[in-house]
Design a protein around this ligand. Structure first.
Ligand code: UDP
Ligand code: MG
Length: 337
């Protein structure tokens, strides 16, 4: 793959105006109500649409429910993964399969109100390429979740070179040209909110109140969220890597001064043996800092390893409703271009 993208590829207008991408993981309780609400929003719009549903290896009835909806309404299309690949990858796959001129990404649990699609479309028609939905409020979430989310957006805002909009989930509208650019990004660690911001183009925001989950439970526990946050920070910032260089420099300078002081003191007053405490503190704290540095190096190295292996991003077991895709397909970065 060459280093630079061939800018935005030439894009022909598609017959499908609007594509909706929805990742589904164990969402059987939400499916019927989800389609009822989304179809109520889409029908009066009078545009050709498609809803690309990605079943991310659900262990419940999700996929058979989705297929039933596909038979009822062929505009509902289903990509069935071979296993659970995670939400970020599911969104990526969904976008790969879309053909619409505008693509909206949203959750299946109705936390992203389908009614907002009107506003997203209106902004897009004004000429914006990316319209993201910013949460004015979050309902039905614990203070701990809100606090950790709040802190995360502030930390990543400070360390990342790409400004990542605060309090913004994946709920947004993308113009076809942005989707084509995203499809060319071969990164495995797909921190989508970062990538959405990284591409640039003309972006704008609309505000909304985030509803509580309709049914079922969020599958994101704090350990998953922590790792998600690390993915975000390590793929969009080198600050954790560079920090230790500066810390080392500072410690070296202090040590040098202290060494000078010791030499002078020894020359003037001779040797005195005690100093066990200061010695232990210095050895232990430096040991700790060095291990931490190694850990950070490991985080980056592990991600480099993931990229280098070049495994396909996702495997599709079956796809329903797509004319020009094989039933069983494998996605690799080069074949996705
Ligand atoms: N999801 C997915 N794969 C996963 C976990 C979640 O596709 O491994 C989907 C899930 O079905 C939902 C969306 O991602 O449509 C958001 O998930 P969830 O509501 O659990 O996350 P939260 O809203 O708590 O961030
Ligand atoms: Mg949710």
């Amino acid at each position: 793959m060459s280093g630079a993208f061939q800018s935005t590829p030439h894009i022909e207008r598609s017959e499908v105006e609007l594509s909706i991408v929805v990742p589904f993981y164990n969402e059987e309780l939400n499916i019927d109500w989800f389609f009822e609400r989304i179809e109520a929003v889409l029908a009066p719009l009078n545009v050709a649409y498609e809803v690309v549903c990605v079943n991310d290896g659900s262990r419940d009835q999700t996929v058979s429910f989705l297929i039933a909806h596909h038979h009822r309404n062929p505009a509902i299309k289903v990509v069935d993964f071979s296993r659970n690949f995670g939400k970020e990858v599911a969104i990526t796959a969904g976008m790969d399969y879309t053909v619409g001129n505008a693509v909206v990404v949203m959750d299946a649990d109705l936390q992203d109100p389908p009614e907002l699609i009107h506003e997203l479309l209106a902004k897009w028609r004004e000429g914006f390429d990316v319209v993201y939905a910013v949460r004015r409020s979050r309902q039905g979430e614990t203070w701990l979740k809100r606090f950790t989310a709040y802190s995360f957006y502030r930390v990543i805002g400070r360390v990342s070179n790409t400004p990542i909009p605060r309090d913004t989930g994946d709920f947004r509208l993308l113009d076809r040209r942005v989707v084509e650019v995203l499809k060319q990004i071969p990164e495995r660690t797909r921190f989508m909110k970062g990538l959405f911001a990284w591409v640039g183009f003309r972006q704008t925001a609309v505000e909304y109140d985030r509803a509580p989950r309709y049914q079922g439970r969020s599958t994101w526990n704090y350990w998953k969220l922590w790792n998600f946050a690390l993915d975000g920070i390590f793929s969009f910032s080198l600050v954790p890597l560079k920090l230790w260089g500066y810390l080392g420099l500072m410690i070296s300078l202090i040590t040098l001064m202290y060494a000078g002081f010791l030499v002078v003191r020894t020359l003037l007053f001779g040797v005195d043996v005690p100093g066990y405490a200061s010695l232990m503190v210095a050895v232990l704290s430096l040991g700790g800092v060095q291990l931490m540095t190694l850990g950070i190096l490991g985080e980056y190295l592990g991600r480099v390893y993931e990229e280098v292996k070049g495994r396909p991003l996702y495997l599709v077991r079956n796809a329903y409703g797509f004319s020009n895709y094989p039933a069983v397909s494998m996605s690799t970065p080069s074949s996705r271009n």
